[in-house]
Write a protein that binds this ligand. Structure first.
Ligand code: SAH
Ligand code: SF4
Length: 397
């Protein structure tokens, strides 16, 4: 019999979002944007055209204010100004790594009594692409034992505007909007990964809406094939996100046996490996040309043996997959160490010989703590002791 498991998946009550008095139009669907225009008296037959204009200004040109919107009448601009903004999250700090990685600390409205939240967003330039790593929650309700974000006390779901707003902030800061003044006009942000703070499939609606905005051909226009959502395995929402957005999928697998995965990724107790892999087999649009990425964090003497590699290959046999080995990034108080380099190489060679591309993810931006799993707001820590107590409770339940 399966033991009764009461993992505190929700480690704290989720905070509710309190919108600012003057809300931002960033993040609304076209239909909602038209409805808001209706609210301020824009006649029915003008709404579609006005919404189209606003859409172009916000998502193609990156306008920061209504004043810039030169083809919108003066009266209309004044009315918009009175009721709305086109604000995105506020940048409170920017750090540039010696490898060119940039990390922004962004401030978001808090709980309505003056407490603000912070999230992080990271831009990683490479020769053939520029990848933006976006957060979907403040903190994370899940409790993966190797992840720094999981130690954060307060959790709030980001709104669609706050998620897509991170892409807009990056384009603002990198001067990466459409009329970019560079020799070849190439865009800097070409790819998006939802691998920042939070579990995206625990914030389904806002994440879906934001993904649709990022990939909108008349707006930000980043192809769905260049957007990857990473999940720790919220099985019921995997098929839904595929069907509703068509983005690429990455799975934080990290272990090939339920016993170990239960410990590393406690959500596994609810959705074990077999169910997770079934959801992958049925992921809409998965094919050899559109492979699912399996992320595997290399933890010394925990999950890095050749037997693990063998079982991994066996498990993924009939799934169009690629495997991404991630060297563990330690953080203060973490209980694991990164596997030795020759272990990682052996693991990777075995996978490669089995026919998989198995790139080892190069840690980027280490000097500014921008690497995977290190994103975390310093202000909202759960102490290591508190966290261990929580985990112990979970294990004995
Ligand atoms: N919550 C989602 C997405 C955010 S985490 C998920 O878990 O998939 C993005 C990736 O970073 C995941 O694969 C996660 O397991 C990994 N990660 C977390 N902490 C890490 C650490 N300390 N070192 C290396 N990778 C880590
Ligand atoms: Fe949350 Fe992902 Fe970190 Fe797990 S690895 S605690 S799901 S952010």
């Amino acid at each position: 019999m399966t033991p009764h498991i009461a993992i505190p998946l929700e480690k704290t009550a989720l905070e509710t979002y309190v919108p600012p008095a003057k809300p931002s139009l960033v993040g609304l669907s076209r239909a909602d944007l038209m409805a808001r225009l209706g609210d301020i008296g824009v006649p029915d037959k003008q709404r579609r055209m006005r919404a189209q204009q606003l859409w172009h200004w916000m998502y193609v040109r990156g306008a920061n204010s209504f004043a810039e919107m030169s083809n919108v009448s003066k009266d209309m601009r004044a009315a918009l100004e009175q009721h709305f903004t086109v604000d995105r999250p506020e940048v409170v700090a920017e750090q540039v790594s010696n490898d060119g990685t940039r990390k922004w600390l962004l401030r978001l409205p808090g709980d309505g009594v003056g407490r603000a939240h912070e999230i992080e967003c990271v831009y990683i330039p490479e020769t053939d692409r520029g990848t933006l790593c976006v957060s979907s929650q403040v903190g994370c309700t899940l409790n993966c034992s190797f992840c720094h974000t999981g130690t954060q006390r307060l959790v709030r779901n980001l709104t669609a505007g706050e998620i897509v707003g991170q892409v807009m902030v990056a384009r603002d800061r990198l001067n990466d909007w459409v009329d970019r003044d560079t020799p070849n006009g190439n865009r800097l942000v070409t790819n998006i990964v939802l691998m920042g703070m939070g579990e995206p499939l625990y914030n389904f609606d806002a994440v879906r809406d934001a993904l649709l905005l990022m990939s909108d051909g008349e707006g930000i226009g980043i192809s769905r094939r260049r957007i990857t959502l990473s999940t720790s395995g919220v099985v019921p929402n995997i098929a839904r996100i595929g069907a509703e957005t068509g983005v690429m999928l990455a799975i934080s697998l990290h272990a090939v046996r339920d016993e170990l995965r239960n410990e590393l990724v406690p959500l596994n107790r609810k959705y074990p490996i077999r169910e997770l892999l079934d959801a992958c087999r049925n992921y809409p649009g998965a094919s050899n040309a559109r492979r699912i990425t399996f992320e595997y964090v290399m933890l010394k003497d925990v999950n890095d043996s050749l037997d693990d590699a063998k079982l991994l290959v066996k498990l993924l046999k009939d799934i169009p997959a690629k495997i991404n080995l991630i060297p563990f990034n330690p953080w203060p108080g973490s209980r694991y160490e990164c596997s030795d380099w020759d272990r990682i190489e052996k693991f990777s060679e075995y996978i490669f010989s089995a026919g998989y591309s198995s790139p080892v993810r190069t840690p980027r931006g280490r000097d500014i703590l921008a690497a995977c799993g290190q994103l975390k707001s310093e202000t909202e820590k759960l102490s290591v002791r508190e966290r261990d107590a929580l985990r112990a409770m979970a294990m004995t339940d």
